[in-house]
Design a protein around this ligand. Structure first.
Ligand SMILES: Nc1nc2c(ncn2[C@@H]2O[C@H](COP(=O)(O)OP(=O)(O)OP(=O)(O)O)[C@@H](O)[C@H]2O)c(=O)[nH]1
Ligand SMILES: [Mg+2]
Ligand SMILES: [Zn+2]
Length: 290
């Protein structure tokens, strides 16, 4: 059996990447996982029938899946920020949390190194150095540190996210070694008249797949309980052992080591305040459910 990756799905036709070539294939029998259809990003086993047509036989178990855009088996989220436009760190935090939930490696990229000052870079490294797999300062335009970014995505399936105009598409164009142009996926939700079911990932180097998303994505925290939010802050879990309560949420409990660390400047205050905001937001949503 041969192995391929679904890189595009349009109207029931799945395009498989295999050994640097792309093969269209209709799915003969419905391959379903937890009642979900085959998705872009799925790794499948296939064979050629007697007419040379591709027949998908089965798919590997999914590591994870995103809903917007609908893509499976994401390894890395490249979260792009810059000083212009000014970053919304609260949204960045949400993406990082989502990465932990979905078992995706968050790589934080500060783009436009030519415009970024030391202060800005220092702040970002202070706030995310612990949580992100890597914090890189790069420039798409001036071609700075692009090799470092390449190292992070090589052989992986990656989603590029971050607010509009930070330079996601510019970076992808510079990283792209293939002759195919990387296009942004449509984020249409299907409510309108023109429901697009078209989604696609691009193989910019052998076995390196990327998806460019317009604006922010990876923001739905629908499966997180407020009481468990702190588990996704790796820098909090190391302090947890010293909190009085075993299940401390680090919000209103007495003798909380995280709060103490914030007061003593051992835990970043901005990050902690954003944690409280996200905590309250989830808490509110939990209340509204009942
Ligand atoms: N100064 C500077 N400008 C850059 C750099 N990289 C990209 N830009 C500019 O930033 C602007 C936005 O870049 P895009 O790549 O379109 O941004 P995007 O994140 O894809 O934006 P959306 O598609 O709207 O989400 C463009 O005008 C780029 O030329 C850089 O390293 N330095
Ligand atoms: Mg773009
Ligand atoms: Zn605590």
């Amino acid at each position: 059996m041969l192995k391929g990756k679904v890189i595009k799905a349009v109207g029931g036709i799945f395009y498989l990447s295999h050994e640097g070539q792309v093969f269209p294939s209709a799915v003969r029998k419905k391959i379903r996982y937890n009642n979900v259809d085959l998705l872009v990003g799925d790794n499948v086993f296939f064979k050629f029938d007697e007419y040379g047509k591709v027949v998908i036989e089965s798919a590997e178990k999914r590591k994870n899946q995103l809903s917007r855009p609908p893509i499976a088996n994401i390894d890395v989220a490249v979260i792009v920020i810059s000083c212009i436009p000014k970053p919304d760190f609260y949204l960045v935090d949400k993406i990082v949390i989502n990465c932990y939930i979905q078992n995706i490696r968050p790589v934080l990229v500060i783009n436009k190194a030519d415009l970024v000052d030391e202060e800005f870079e220092k702040r970002v490294r202070e706030e995310y150095g612990e949580m992100a797999e890597a914090v890189l300062t790069v420039s798409a335009e001036k071609e700075i540190n692009l090799d470092l970014l390449k190292e992070q995505i090589l052989g992986k399936t990656c989603v590029f996210c971050g607010q509009s105009a930070v330079g996601k598409t510019s970076l992808l164009n510079k990283l792209n070694d293939s002759d195919q142009k990387v296009g942004a996926v449509s984020m249409k939700t299907g409510r309108g008249k023109h429901t697009t079911r078209h989604s696609q990932i691009f193989e910019i180097q052998k076995d390196t797949f990327v998806v460019d998303t317009p604006g922010f994505s990876l923001l739905d925290l629908k499966n997180v309980k407020s009481s468990e939010l702190n588990l996704y802050y790796t820098d909090m879990t190391t302090l947890q052992a010293k909190c009085r309560y075993h299940m401390c949420t680090h919000t209103t409990e007495p003798d909380c080591e995280v709060k103490k660390a914030v007061e003593e400047g051992r835990f970043n205050k901005n990050r902690y305040e954003r944690y409280l905001t996200i905590y309250e937001e989830i808490k509110q949503a939990e209340k509204n459910k009942f």
